[in-house]
Design a protein around this ligand. Structure first.
Ligand code: G3H
Ligand code: 13P
Ligand code: ZN
Length: 323
């Protein structure tokens, strides 16, 4: 039996099927420390939401891959002892090599992303297929990517988005056998998603491209990366408490809600969690200059992040109360 099954994780197949039928998206939250993990787990348990727990290569390096795996395993033990457990997939975010994907699968991941989006089309297909062949042997699901998001993807900095070409998707999905496809329709990673001139409004996501993709691969699970909304309330707290994040802007939540009702089955959120943590830690440290107990500033940050996750599950992803 695959290790992830012994640990209690699930792959994404059933989650995506239900999300597609129910018109909602599964939240994929990144974590790299204990407080983020607690907020994500308890936020999803308390809102009755299925969850994709995401670990990037950077998170694995930061937290130590062994420790991170045991943290996820511990979180799963909490989920399974809860009176209303929720399904959880442990997912590698932006895997950049076959070897990394194999290493994650061997250590208990139930889902991996192989991000070959920066490669020429045929090379992306070859790399993705190689990962799919290995992963499917272990009943692990695979996310591939076509199109490049603006910002930094896999250490490739792109000034502009290269939207996914709908003409490519059918061939890519058919030849690789991937279980889900990340696409580029105007989202981007980080907290500065658009450079807006004064008075300019945030451009809409390219729902026309999404519609066309859905026509080419009907019922196939689509993934949106770079989907933080960069909530102004937290940017304000950061700026009022010694931070400097002028011009930070994200994807409006109504647009994500609209996307979640379509074939978009997975929405990736990392920056919003980082912003909440930073905002509350900054505020607590400023308000309590004599405190030197990390629990006194990390605790409130953890609580606020849990609240944000519960609200997003309910109002943005639509994934609350779905189990
Ligand atoms: O898309 C990237 C995620 O936000 C993870 O970022 O590589 O800094 O951990 P990271
Ligand atoms: P954000 O930076 O918008 O949170 O995107 C996160 C992401 O796509 C993780 O893969
Ligand atoms: Zn991403």
């Amino acid at each position: 039996m695959s290790l992830y099954k012994k640990l209690g994780f699930v792959n994404t197949r059933e989650m995506f099927k239900k999300a597609m039928e129910g018109g909602y998206a599964i939240p994929a939250y990144n974590f790299n420390n204990m407080e983020q993990l607690q907020s994500i787990i308890f936020g999803c348990l308390e809102s009755g939401s299925p969850l994709i727990l995401q670990v990037s290569k950077g998170a694995r390096d930061y937290a130590n891959q062994i420790l991170l795996r045991y943290m996820a395993e511990g979180a799963m033990a909490i989920v399974n002892s809860h009176k209303h457990p929720v399904p959880v997939a442990l997912h590698l975010d932006h895997g950049d090599s076959y070897e990394l994907c194999v290493s994650c699968i061997e250590s208990g991941f139930s889902s991996v992303m192989i991000d070959g989006s920066h490669l020429p089309f045929e090379e992306n297909i070859a790399l993705t297929k190689k990962v799919v062949d290995y992963a499917h042997n272990h009943d692990v699901t695979v996310e591939g990517e076509l199109g490049v998001l603006a910002g930094i993807e896999e250490h490739v900095k792109s000034e502009k988005s290269h939207y996914t070409d709908p003409d490519d998707v059918e061939e890519f999905v058919g030849k690789t056998g991937v279980d889900s496809l990340a696409i580029s329709i105007g989202t981007s990673h980080g907290a500065y998603k658009f450079k807006l001139k004064p008075g300019e409004k945030i451009p809409d996501l390219r729902f026309d491209i999404l519609d066309e993709i859905e026509k080419r691969i009907p019922g196939f699970p689509i993934v949106l990366h770079g989907s933080s909304s960069v909530l102004p309330e937290y940017v304000k707290i950061i700026n009022e408490n010694g931070g400097k994040m002028e011009g930070a802007v994200g994807i409006p939540e109504e647009q994500l809600r609209k996307a979640a009702k379509s074939a978009v089955c997975k929405i990736n959120i990392d920056s919003d969690g980082r912003l909440v943590m930073t905002a509350i830690v900054r505020r607590e440290l400023k308000n309590n200059p004599g405190n030197f107990d990390p629990r006194k500033f990390l605790g409130p940050a953890r609580e606020e992040l849990k609240k944000m996750i519960m609200r997003k599950n309910k109002d943005v992803l639509g994934s609350a109360e779905r189990v």
